[in-house]
Write a protein that binds this ligand. Structure first.
Ligand code: C5P
Length: 231
């Protein structure tokens, strides 16, 4: 028997990471943050001095990436080469650099391979294994990494709502100045990412949840409802 696999995609500021993590927690499932893998790969290249413009060198560094990523939604650790990078991968520097690494197609091949393995381990539930099902979130999980997932959701929100959320996360406020300070970074990253993955429109069979007018609790409830209906 295989366990439940829930795939969630969406643009930055859609709330997909915090919502997916909470949904995993409530359903007792594992949680895979694939954005953290691209961030960890970027941190590793910066940390070891690999020039991000050198596509082959970046691809090789990522094939050798010594990544240890936890899938427990209560403690989703990210460790690279023995260093806990949970905070380091969220800096403005890494956020600004990550698309350069994520648009490298050889990097995507390698990280997608690892993502499929992580999902397969959790999906293979039996009385002999640890598998308990998984919520995996990112930009291409519903379409490329796990197109056969039991539940596939695109979590969207208006540009205005996404910018306000990101401004509150980064600057602690969503006043005009804070929103303007995040606008460039959020929109440029989404535009760069969109050159290699499509996450603004739901693919066939993917359910859209629009969180523009929902708070966190309401969004979690909306996603749980889709899971209950579809699975
Ligand atoms: O979700 P998060 O903002 O942490 O993702 C960081 C970056 O990782 C994205 O901007 C994108 O470049 C990349 N990413 C990706 N494919 C995924 C998840 C993240 O390209 N499945």
């Amino acid at each position: 028997m295989s366990a439940l696999v829930v795939a969630v995609d969406g643009p930055s500021g859609s709330g997909k990471s915090s919502v997916s993590r909470e949904v995993a927690r409530r359903l007792g499932l594992a949680y895979l943050d694939t954005g953290a893998m691209y961030r960890a790969a970027t941190w590793w290249c910066v940390h070891t001095g690999v020039p991000l413009a050198d596509q082959d060198a970046v691809a090789q560094a990522v094939r050798d990436l010594p990544l240890d990523q936890g899938v427990d939604p209560d403690a989703p650790h990210v460790v690279v080469g023995g260093t806990d990078v949970g905070e380091a991968i969220r800096t403005t520097e890494i956020s600004a650099a990550v698309s350069a690494v994520a648009t490298n197609l050889a990097v995507r091949d390698e990280l997608r391979r690892r993502q499929r393995v992580a999902i397969a381990v959790e999906a293979a539930a039996s009385s002999f294994s640890e598998g308990r099902g998984i919520v995996a979130e990112g930009r291409d999980i519903t379409t490329v990494v796990a197109p056969d997932a039991d539940v596939r959701i695109l979590l969207t929100a208006s540009e205005e709502a996404r910018l306000a959320r990101r401004a509150r996360d980064v600057h602690g406020s969503d006043d005009d100045a804070a929103v303007e300070a995040t606008r460039d970074q959020v929109l440029r990253r989404d535009a760069d990412d969109s050159t290699v993955v499509q996450f603004h429109v739901a693919a066939d069979g993917v359910v859209t949840v629009d969180s523009s007018d929902l708070d966190f609790e309401q969004t979690v409830a909306a996603v749980l409802q889709v899971v209950a209906e579809v699975s």
